[in-house]
Design a protein around this ligand. Sequence first.
Ligand code: FAD
Length: 370
Amino acid sequence: MASRTHGETIVNAVTSPLAFTLSGTAVPVDADDMLAEICEHFVDHAEVLRDGDHVTLSSEIGEAHISKVSEQLDIRLACPTADMLSMTRAIIAEHLFMFAGDDPLTLEWADKPKPARLANLSEITIVSAENVTPRMRRLVVACEDTARFDTADGLHVRLLMPPKGRDPVWPVTLADGRIGWPEGEDEISVRYYTIRSLDVERRQMTIDFVLHEDCGKRMPGAEFGLNAQEGDRAGLLGPGAGGMPVAKDLILAGDETALPAIARMIELASPDMKVHAIIEVADRAEEQALACASQNFSIEWLHRNGAEASTAGLLEPAVAARLEGLGPDTFVWVACEKTEAQAIRARLKAHGLDRSRMSSITYWRRGYTD
Ligand SMILES: Cc1cc2nc3c(=O)[nH]c(=O)nc-3n(C[C@H](O)[C@H](O)[C@H](O)COP(=O)(O)OP(=O)(O)OC[C@H]3O[C@@H](n4cnc5c(N)ncnc54)[C@H](O)[C@@H]3O)c2cc1C
């Protein structure tokens, strides 16, 4: 399952054993409606299988089996790690309450979580900041549990940005599995980012921030990247879904928000893989030198040359141009602005690629704050 409407769309089949399990029961006003909402919503983010009153959602962070039994929903979760189980419970809980809206909903889990700091939350402290290119700023952050993020299965995090100058108040797990977020003066902003690199020995990581166009709105992510100073504190939730696709041949495409993920995947590729990257950036000054262990690595930079991000229409034709003669072992991975991601997904589907061979993910939405 993905945790939000436009974030972690799930691509790969679950490969690890699902050793961590948990059951729960939800009693909504209308169990049929709730089951239908679950199917409709999660289809964009997970493999959704419905068989009568039973629904299975599968993603790389695990499985959720939800069955309607006597007007209530029996829920069974199975995940590869305890962190993923706790994340999956939070995702399911948040969504069920969102679908219920103002209607009452009772949700209980077999092991009722005690209000506690989230299991997959790590604190970070800014060590330094520098521009990699004119519009990409890199923060080096210190993190005691850097090793937790050293996985090819989850490259992304939710960055929790507390109000500047205040001691952070972190979210907690509530008894119904939802996340209790700090409010008022302690409210924190949350945005998705990619761990660009890790140094487990030094307990440091880097995160690259696109200093994107000013749309006249608050943009906490880009502002944090721009203004963060040595000693500032923030939090990371994750690592989250969205890992390195399992394939011998990769086509990786996206705009600059996907550049950190694409760069990381290029670095993770083994020498026997074939990798082609298509990256759209503002202009030549935004290109970065990216190293790959594979001899069979190529990269195509697309320049908007003055057009606003997501409006140049460069990515879709560039991806489409690679589709003819695509081998059966090729996985096409795309991440960019929502409208473009949807158009590319439709194009890939029309070409006969299903979820096992492609993903086209929304990384941001023009005109919408996250
Ligand atoms: C899994 C995942 C991983 C990601 N990794 C990274 C990463 O490593 N580095 C990174 O920089 N981003 C990354 N992103 C994208 C980032 O989360 C979004 O760009 C996010 O909207 C930035 O938040 P903000 O607070 O700056 O802007 P928001 O508050 O979300 O939006 C404010 C305004 O800015 C606009 N806007 C947002 N992003 C852009 C953009 N890129 N170009 C032009 N206008 C924009 C919005 O349309 C809106 O009008 C990732 C997204 C996902 C889902």
